[in-house]
Structures are given as C-alpha cells and as structure tokens.
Design a protein around this ligand. Structure first.
Ligand SMILES: [Zn+2]
Length: 324
C-alpha cells in the first residue's frame, strides 16, 4: 500500500513539474520583458531630435530628415514607432501602432494630404489603427492578409496593457476591457520591387521575410532611409515567435546588408526612430556567430537571448545546432 502511495506521489510531483515547465511561455520570460523596463527611458537618441507638440500625450512625435515624422508610443513595452512620410501629393503612414491613442486624429494634425497606410507586417502592434483609414497596403501573403481582415480580439490583446506593460497609465477614453483591433480592408497587395509613389517621392518595397512571412522593408532612396519594421530595431530582435523562419530572417538581414549603399540611416519599428546604418552588417555578423555556436547568451523557458551591445537576438534554443 505504501509503495502504491509513493508511486502516486511521484506521478503527482512529475505531473505538477510538467505543468509548471510548460506554464512559462517565452513571452513571460524576464529575458524578453525585464521588470521596470521603463527605467532606461527616455532613450538618448530623442534628445537630438526635434519634438512636435500634438494634442495627445500618448504619442511622442519627432521630425526626421526627408519630410518624415516618427510617431512613438513610449508608454507601452513595445515602444512601437510608426512613420508618416510626406510626398507632394500624398502622405504614407508606415504602420498604425497599437490602437490605444487616436492615430487618425494625430495624423490629421500632421498633414493636409490624403493618407495611405502601408503595414510592414500584420502583428498587433503595427496594425492597431488600420481600421481608421480607407487605403491600406500590405505584402501579398496569406497569413498577413488574414490577420488584417479578421482583426484581433480583446482576449489576445488585453495582456499587453496589464501591469508591467504600461508605466504612465492609459488615455482616459481607452478601455482595456473592450480594446480590440477591428478588421480592416486591404486596397493594394504589394510585391517585391513595387514602388509607392507619393508625388516627388517614391518608396520601394523590399520583401524581407523571417520575423513574419510577408514582412517588408521600405526604401526611401531620396532621403537615403530604410524603414526596417521588425527585421531590425535596436533592442532584442524577436527571432523566436511562432511566425519566425530563422533561415529567412538571416537571408533578409543579408539582403538589406547588400543594399546598404542605398541608405545612410534605418528607421526601425521599435525603440529608436533613427539609427545609423553601420549596425546592419553587425547584425548579419551576429547571426553568423550564433549559428557557429558562438556568442554570449542567457537561456530560460526554451529561448536564448544573445547579447551584442547595440542589439540583442532572441532565438528558440532548439534553432541552434551548435555546428562548430
Ligand atoms: Zn513589432
């Protein structure tokens, strides 16, 4: 009888260990979201940029060279950045942020020109205010299009504004319990090499899969700026999500490294609005190091965070074969 109990006890203990170990998802790991991440804000780059006053405290707007505004949301962990690029005839809104502030109202204050939206990809933090705009472009990829057309429900989004994810409160008219991303229409599907003409300024579409299958970068040759979305930003690069294809990611970094004679700065989707291009070949080199089994990292919950100084890379541990 005693032996029987011992077996039951062992089964119970191993079951609870199993439950505990699968309970910690990579997103909850301290390696992905450190507690009190806001203590390092404001980021030094913003002291060197001209800030534009607007009517909503939720957004910080900065003027960049080349008739571009950076629209930064520093109060939520993602520190998402959307960009408004102005031509002579049209303005282009690159991503629409979290959907917490009123993006349409903000953009109305910044430009009198008609606004078209282009999404670098369709993760929640880049499409939040799509529904407020009529013209929306995205790369011709089934999974990206599906997320735009379906929208994102409250039970998926809500955790992103729970404690630890925001640090200076939320806008008065925003309700976390009803927050959702409404479905949006797609008006133009983009392909590699397509050109978006704003009148006196064009942007070229560069397909850069990896972070997600239909991810794009946009090249403004006149301003010599590359908008990199989530392929590159100064911070921990997410190369571990369900959408990630690590081989594509590495190829896409290599593709924008090869293009670096065409731009001087990159405008990323998170953290810092204007970054010198010299970091891009370093990311390329960093991936090579990781796949050679080199690089300094910490491991937790099935992921590894590799540290490279100007940026980090987070991969799933099982992606690394230690091919030395
Ligand atoms: Zn993102």
């Amino acid at each position: 009888m005693k032996q029987h109990f011992t077996v039951l006890l062992l089964l119970a203990v191993s079951f609870s260990l199993f439950v505990c170990s699968t309970d910690t998802s990579p997103e909850d790991s301290e390696l992905v979201r450190p507690t009190e991440w806001w203590e390092n804000l404001p980021r030094p780059v913003y002291a060197n940029l001209e800030q534009i006053e607007t009517s909503q405290w939720w957004f910080e707007v900065y003027k960049l060279p080349g008739n571009i505004f950076a629209i930064y949301e520093p109060n939520q962990f993602e520190e998402i950045i959307s960009y408004l690029v102005q031509g002579d005839k049209k303005s282009l809104l690159i991503d629409t942020g979290l959907g917490i502030g009123n993006m349409e109202m903000l953009v109305d204050e910044l430009t009198d020109l008609p606004v078209t939206v282009v999404n670098t990809h369709s993760h929640f933090d880049h499409i939040g205010s799509n529904y407020q705009f009529e013209e929306i472009m995205i790369f011709d990829d089934e999974s990206e299009i599906r997320r735009l057309k379906e929208g994102i429900p409250n039970d998926v989004l809500r955790k992103h504004v729970e404690s630890g994810n925001v640090w200076r409160g939320l806008p008065e008219d925003f309700d976390p319990l009803t927050w959702k991303t409404p479905p949006a229409k797609v008006s133009r599907l983009l392909k590699e090499g397509d050109v978006i003409d704003l009148g006196g300024k064009t942007l070229e579409v560069i397909h850069t899969p990896g972070h997600s299958p239909g991810h794009i970068c946009l090249l403004d040759k006149q301003a010599r700026i590359l908008f990199t979305g989530d392929l590159f930003y100064p911070g921990p690069l997410y190369a571990f999500g369900d959408d990630v294809d690590i081989d594509d990611y590495v190829n896409s970094i290599s593709k924008i490294t090869d293009l670096c004679n065409e731009y001087d700065y990159v405008c990323p989707g998170h953290n810092e609005a204007l970054v010198k291009k010299s970091v891009i070949p370093k990311v390329n080199h960093a991936f090579i190091q990781i796949f050679r089994g080199k690089g300094k990292y910490e491991e937790d919950s099935g992921i590894r965070r590799y540290y490279f100084g100007e940026f980090d890379i987070i991969v799933r541990s099982n992606m690394i074969k230690n091919q030395e």
